[in-house]
Design a protein around this ligand. Structure first.
Ligand code: ATP
Length: 779
């Protein structure tokens, strides 16, 4: 493969022969993991091996099951669902004799390090295998099944786990490979059901997977604003679940809701461990509420299809990290599990993760539900609490006493982004559950100059907003200073707002700064203000994630997959795809990572002619090597602002004239398709989490402004005060609020509309490495 060999990393890490297997239930993204492990191993000068059919491959051994993988063998894998190297549930490996065979076959193949991608069962097996390895290899030596030389070389087995499981049930990691793909399948199905439920005013009871873990049911419940969910971790007694469900569903109907969605996890139970089936739920809805009710069991649809963008990213970055981990391991270091904390790929002890996961199931079977919940990660608990408060919005007494209830304004600024509506929906319902009055400012700041642009939000008016793209309350790009700061202050005074939540991208960021600066002059702005970042460009300082970026990446990924298929069908064709993102190369870089495009040209780097020449040379070599092969289409991504001169058309002309007639190059411009249609489940559920955190921020900071509203001496520079105007974001492994003053004054390149520090530079390197692109190193 052109470029791949020339880019081998030369560091001090040992060169080991690395095996990768997928085991347990298949999960979308496993193929991306295999591709990443194989290519990262080759890139590091190691040999890579696929062990087919999970542990069966180890037990059976031989070339049919353990095969060396070359760079080309994993071409095109990114977009394929399931696992192409096969997976299985292998009973023999649970027996010592099976593992003894596994040990022998690994040694015969010369493998020193094993990366296992699977669920907790698979990783338990992996951990046991490593623990037993010294005794297994000793026995093989003593029974003359291996030589002394083989024994000396393979004395230690290095193991690393990656979690591939749609249930997202592994402790110590926020997400498992396949979890979000499965969630996407579920939400899509419920979105479809939603339309028919509304049309006929029906109830639907939907069963989703999750025998011991309610993550899929919970997240689907949030993403589709379901009326009720049943999950194993939070059961009610067999006497009251019917009342609890009917109370909520009945209230929703009484408020005018025409449809009812109840989501039941496969493992749903009562607190005395009696299973709750969809049929039980249906019977209650029919008999007690008289609802026309249907059951939909989603079954294996939830496992199927190609991986969503998040899972491709997760699997790829974790695969690269897993290879590094097995090369860094020493005989004394414990086996790691590659995890993710918020936005950070990290290593955790494998044994601890497996033990904690098993303890959840054990706690549930012992009816210790508090313990089960305490063993789930904090994000799970937070999501559950959020779902429950939002669901109680229209029927329970608000949780705050009247004197603590506030008037909170919500505004969308800038271009629409997936998740904006979900954020407004979540903020408003959470406000209602607390007793606050949520107000929507329609059509941005300039909308204020129009009559009746401020409206308090009613529960039934926003019903269903969670699922729709665009911005239902309107949005525009004008900042306060471009509108009229005095007029805005006047309206804020008129409505007596106690807090403001802005949702948007860089314009919203600039707007927040202007309002914070205007506090000295206008008392109306002496209220807590917080920005929820929402832009497909993901260029808001203070966060590594903005609402809409995931929806955009998924739209672009689908587009790239289709274009690539077309390019592959016509042998010898490349496509240049123009990608949005303003001055930020985030979308282009991650689109390269998840589509396997040969390059991504981004504004931060521009297009240098010597690099272009090298890329064209690599492209020619690739087409020469892959001549006649299937899946040989090539993509090149170019951010619009990477170059104004080298447009996709000009680039295509240059490449065509250099191709010597060996291949041809076309252009494809997805344009606004990139904003996406329906928001992705990640954008919906993160919008919910951000929205609730934002309302809590307003609640916590109102007191700090007390007494300052009309004081002549406003201590604007006081740190306690500046922190009351902040951006909410994900930074590495934390969710944080950062003051707008800090971000605007010290962390922003204003002329470029970008944060000074780019958090995704290392991802660019990985995206290039995995397609074998050689970059010219510049001083
Ligand atoms: P899923 O989340 O899809 O259920 P899983 O990895 O938990 O995935 P399991 O069927 O539990 O799926 O395990 C997969 C395989 O891992 C088993 O078929 C077996 O080969 C191996 N395995 C599981 N538990 C053990 C164990 N205790 N000892 C040895 N091997 C095991």
């Amino acid at each position: 493969q052109a470029g791949s060999q020339s880019g081998i990393i030369t560091d001090d890490l040992p060169k080991r022969n690395v095996g990768i297997m997928t085991s347990g239930g298949d999960a979308p993204g496993m193929n991306a993991a295999v591709r990443a492990v194989v290519r990262a191993a080759i890139f590091r000068g190691c040999k890579a091996f696929a062990i087919k059919e999970g542990y069966t491959g180890l037990v059976e051994g031989g070339e049919d099951y353990i095969k060396e993988m070359k760079w080309q063998d994993v071409r095109g894998l990114l977009s394929e669902g399931g696992t192409n190297i096969g997976t299985a549930r292998c009973m023999e490996f649970k027996e010592r004799w099976g593992r003894l065979l596994g040990c022998k076959h690994l040694i015969e193949a010369g493998i020193d390090a094993l990366i296992v991608c699977g669920g907790d069962g698979s990783l338990t097996g992996a951990d046991l295998f490593r623990a037993e390895w010294p005794s297994l290899i000793q026995e093989l030596l003593e029974t003359n099944q291996i030589t002394q030389e083989q024994y000396d070389r393979h004395k230690h087995l290095y193991i690393c786990g990656m979690v591939g499981s749609i249930d997202n049930d592994m402790a110590t990691t926020d997400s498992t490979i396949g979890g979000y793909s499965s969630l996407e399948r579920i939400c899509k199905a419920i979105d479809y059901i939603d339309a028919t439920a509304s049309s006929h005013s029906r109830a639907f009871v939907v069963e989703v997977m999750g025998r011991h873990c309610g993550w899929l049911a919970l997240m689907a419940g949030i993403a589709t604003s379901a009326d009720y969910i049943f999950i194993p971790e939070k059961p009610s007694s067999s006497k009251v679940w019917q009342d609890q469900m009917c109370n909520i569903v009945g209230q929703h109907r009484a408020k005018g809701k025409r449809k009812t969605i109840v989501i039941v996890a496969e493992g749903a139970i009562t607190s005395d461990l009696q299973p709750i089936s969809c049929k039980d739920v249906k019977d209650v809805l029919v008999n007690r509420l008289g609802l026309d009710t249907r059951i939909t069991t989603l079954g294996h649809v939830q496992r199927g299809g190609t991986a969503v963008a998040f899972d491709r990213i997760l699997a790829t970055l974790q695969g690269v990290e897993a290879v590094k981990a097995v090369l860094e391991l020493t005989p004394d270091t414990p086996s790691p599990l590659i995890a993710i904390d918020e936005n950070k790929i990290c290593r955790k002890p494998l044994v601890e993760a497996v033990e904690k996961t098993k303890n959840v199931a054990a706690a549930i079977s012992e009816r210790d539900f508090e313990k089960a919940m305490s063993l789930r990660d904090s994000e799970f608990k937070e999501h559950l609490a959020n779902f429950m408060s939002m669901n109680s919005a229209c029927h329970n007494e608000p949780t705050l006493p009247p004197e603590q209830r506030k008037r909170i304004a919500i505004i969308n600024i800038g271009a629409p982004a997936g998740g904006m509506n979900s954020a407004v929906y979540a903020m408003a319902t959470y406000c209602m559950s607390r007793g606050h009055t949520p107000y929507a400012i329609h059509n941005g700041f300039s909308g204020l100059s129009r009559h009746e642009s401020v409206k308090s939000i009613d529960w039934i008016d926003i019903e269903g907003w969670n699922l729709i793209g665009g911005s239902e309350i309107g949005t525009n790009r004008f900042t306060p200073e471009e509108t009229d700061v005095g007029m805005i202050a006047n309206y804020f005074e008129k409505y007596q707002f106690d807090g403001l939540i802005l949702v948007g991208g860089f314009e919203a960021f600039v707007s927040l700064e202007q309002l914070e600066r205007a506090r000295s002059m206008y008392p109306a702005f002496r209220i807590p203000m917080v920005l929820i970042p929402a832009t497909i460009s993901n260029n808001v300082p203070g966060t590594e994630y903005s609402l809409g970026a995931d929806t955009c990446l998924n739209s672009l990924m689908d587009y790239c997959d289709v274009v690539k298929q077309s390019a592959s069908a016509t042998r010898g064709r490349a496509f240049i795809i123009e990608v949005q993102g303003g001055n930020s190369g985030y979308i282009a870089t991650y689109a390269q990572l998840i589509s396997g495009a040969q390059v991504s040209y981004v504004p931060e780097e521009g297009i240098q002619l010597d690099q272009l020449e090298m890329d064209i040379h690599s492209l020619k070599e690739s087409f020469a090597v892959e001549k006649g092969m299937t899946k040989a289409g090539k993509l090149l991504l170019k951010s619009t602002n990477a170059s104004k001169v080298l447009t996709p058309g000009v680039l295509a002309d240059i490449i065509n004239s250099e191709s010597g007639g060996e291949f041809d190059t076309r252009t494809a411009i997805p344009g606004h398709v990139q904003q996406g249609g329906l928001p992705s489940p990640i954008d919906r559920t993160r919008a919910d989490r951000f929205a609730i955190k934002a309302v809590q921020f307003i609640e916590e900071n109102c007191d700090k402004m007390c007494g300052l509203r009309y004081s002549l001496e406003f201590p604007r520079e006081d740190k306690t005060i500046t922190r009351t105007a902040a951006v909410l974001g994900i930074k590495s492994s934390h969710l944080r609020f950062t003051s707008i003053r800090q971000l605007y004054d010290y962390e922003t390149e204003l002329n470029k509309r970008m944060p000074k520090k780019i958090f995704w530079s290392s991802t660019r390197e990985i995206a290039d490495q995995l397609v074998g692109r050689t970059k010219i190193v510049r001083a």
